[in-house]
Design a protein around this ligand. Sequence first.
Ligand code: MG
Ligand code: ZN
Length: 215
Amino acid sequence: LKIEIQQPVLAANNRIADTLEAAFRQHGILAVNLISSPGAGKTTLLEQTIQQLKSCLPLAVIVGDVQTEKDAARLRRQGVPAVQITTQGACHLDAHMVQQVLPRLSLSGLRLLFIENVGNLVCPAAFRLGEGLRVCLLSVTEGHDKPSKYPAVFLAADVLVITKLDLLPYTDFDLGEAVTSAHKLNPRLEVFPLSAKTKEGFAAWVDFIYRRATE
Ligand code: MG
Ligand code: ZN
């Protein structure tokens, strides 16, 4: 079964995404759309990235989940503004949902806005949210064949973060194979293998985001 998303739906989304993109650009904000399957570690990555960046960059978070406000509450504990979108069943964020919650954040003075998408490796790829950077996460506890199984997400991403690197010895995940197949789909992908637990590879990712938000 191939799921076709209706063209008018995507066209309407793109129009709002263009408006968001212009607003982010006007305010000098780097918006980062984080996409992965459920449990790949988006909230954990954000928690630790925010911990390292919040003292040098004014930042905020929008978190999408099907239900509950748990992730936003978790991120608010970092002392940064975090707005939860509960999609009530929808399996992706769209630009309209982001537009609706944006007045709850003060954009002036903000430099970095993380948007944690709903855990899903399929349709978030089709819905732009006005982001300047699209980051896809893949954990080593998933298969290294994910890029070839879900090409759309990897094709539309700027960055691939390979998470839970500390668990690599306990899995059959082939890091080289994952990177090769992702690059075969999308040669311009920047890849950051890292562990939020041991902090291996973490500094390179944080430096990258800092540079992109301040250039
Ligand atoms: Mg989460
Ligand atoms: Zn969806």
